[in-house]
Write a protein that binds this ligand. Structure first.
Ligand code: TMP
Ligand code: ZN
Length: 398
């Protein structure tokens, strides 16, 4: 069994989703023989308690071209990144000539807001970022050195939904060691294991999410790489995340929020395998309930379509065995996904206009992390008698 990616101790497996495709590799109808599958299984490190995938997708197989993340597709996420920028502008970026770097650019919303305020900024993103200055590379020692030589040290390095997918974190922290100003901060946000367990949102587990962080595990990670975890903040986006603030050791007094979160995690047994095994039992229950519900509705003649061809829905559909026989299509706003099939489960993806043409009886909300926004936008569906099927935190109809 593979060792922990951070501390090299053994990983104890607690769930195996078996054969799964790459969550953002949407094949065209004629390309089904080219799909790549790997064993999606998760475990917890015996020593540093970091929860992580057991097998990673080899880098040459990982899906790099294709479907860049579009935060602009969600007005909630745009607002979130604008607010994040404003907060940095009021707190960390108030010096004489501040400099902010983002690893992975999330459509550039955060950096553009900083740029509009006259702050020097740079995205470190292999595929570039629209409307913002970008260094086209992965963030590591080499790119950090180049950036420091050109732009000087950074007051803030930020990453959203990125760090949890970086299999080798050592070069990232070595790069930070070079690029961060003495009092600079590294701020990153990712799905929180505590929320995944609370909501049984097992669909957060897929190829691009390698790590499922806790405050305890991130604290240990920071220390191991020569930094200190000084603040955490719960975020409501994407089904519940934590934003971690990391500084050079001894430069900032850790906020009470860190100690509070550590106590809460300890009390709820977040670092205990038994907690994760109970989660695993609930995952199976959700699958059984959802599959039974879909079959029952279909047997009664109901028409059900999917809403949101998210990366998350790849694990959901493949683990539950949901294919075009149960869900004839899934609608999604992303042009690059339309006309293709969902990875592994081969459900056709159609533009959202197909949703109302005519409305189905039920819509399976794969993009449940955008539930509020989507349900508000699609109010007419409910008014026409349609109902939403959700599976987080348990299978229910609204
Ligand atoms: P995400 O969970 O990674 O943000 O992906 C959301 C997916 O859902 C993405 O493929 C776009 C799609 N989507 C819609 O189709 N309609 C919407 O209103 C929103 C917010 C997202
Ligand atoms: Zn470990």
């Amino acid at each position: 069994m593979s060792p922990c990616r951070v501390c090299s101790h053994p990983i104890r497996e607690f769930f195996d989703f078996e054969r799964q495709p790459l969550s953002s590799a949407f094949p065209r109808p004629g390309e089904l023989d080219q799909e790549y599958f790997f064993r999606l299984a998760v475990g917890m490190c015996e020593s540093c308690t970091l929860v992580q995938l057991i097998d990673a997708v080899p880098p040459e197989r990982a899906h790099h071209q294709g479907y860049p993340y579009h935060s602009a597709a969600s007005s909630v996420m745009c607002k979130h990144f604008e607010q994040t920028a404003r907060r940095f502008l009021e707190t960390e970026l108030t010096g004489a000539d501040p400099f902010v770097v983002e690893i992975g650019a999330n459509d550039g919303v955060m950096l553009r807001t900083c740029g509009d305020a006259g702050v020097r900024h740079l995205a470190v993103e292999p595929s570039g970022a629209a409307g913002v200055r970008a260094h086209r590379a992965f963030f590591d020692v080499d790119s950090a050195t180049r950036i420091r030589d050109t732009d000087g040290t950074a007051d803030v390095v930020y990453a959203a939904n990125t760090i949890c997918g970086v299999t080798d974190l050592r070069p990232v922290f070595e790069g930070l060691g070079l690029l961060l100003a003495p009092d600079g901060v590294f701020v990153f946000e990712d799905p929180y294991l505590g929320e995944i367990i609370d909501r049984t949102s097992f669909d957060q587990i897929y190829d691009e999410h390698v790590f499922f962080f806790t405050v305890r595990a991130v604290g240990a990670l920071a220390t191991r790489y020569g930094f200190e975890l000084v603040d955490i903040e719960r975020l409501p986006v994407h089904g519940g995340q934590i934003r971690y603030t990391i500084a050079r050791p001894g430069r900032r007094a850790p906020s009470p929020a860190v100690a509070d979160a550590l106590r809460t995690e300890q009390a709820r047994g977040l670092a205990e395998l038994a907690t994760l095994e109970r989660f695993a039992a609930r995952v199976q229950r959700i699958r059984d309930d959802l599959v039974a519900l879909l079959h029952e509705l279909r047997a009664g003649g109901a028409r059900i379509v999917g809403y949101g061809a998210t990366a998350k829905s790849s694990t959901m559909a493949n683990y539950c065995g949901i294919g075009p026989d149960l869900i004839p299509f899934v609608c999604d706003t992303t042009p690059a996904k339309q006309g293709r099939l969902t990875p592994g489960s081969h459900i056709p993806v159609r533009p959202v206009e197909a949703f109302a043409d005519p409305y189905p009886d039920f819509a399976l909300l794969f993009a449940w992390n955008h539930a509020e926004e989507i349900m508000a936008k699609e109010r007419a569906f409910r008014e026409a008698g349609g109902q939403w099927i959700l599976y987080v935190p348990q299978v229910h109809i609204v």
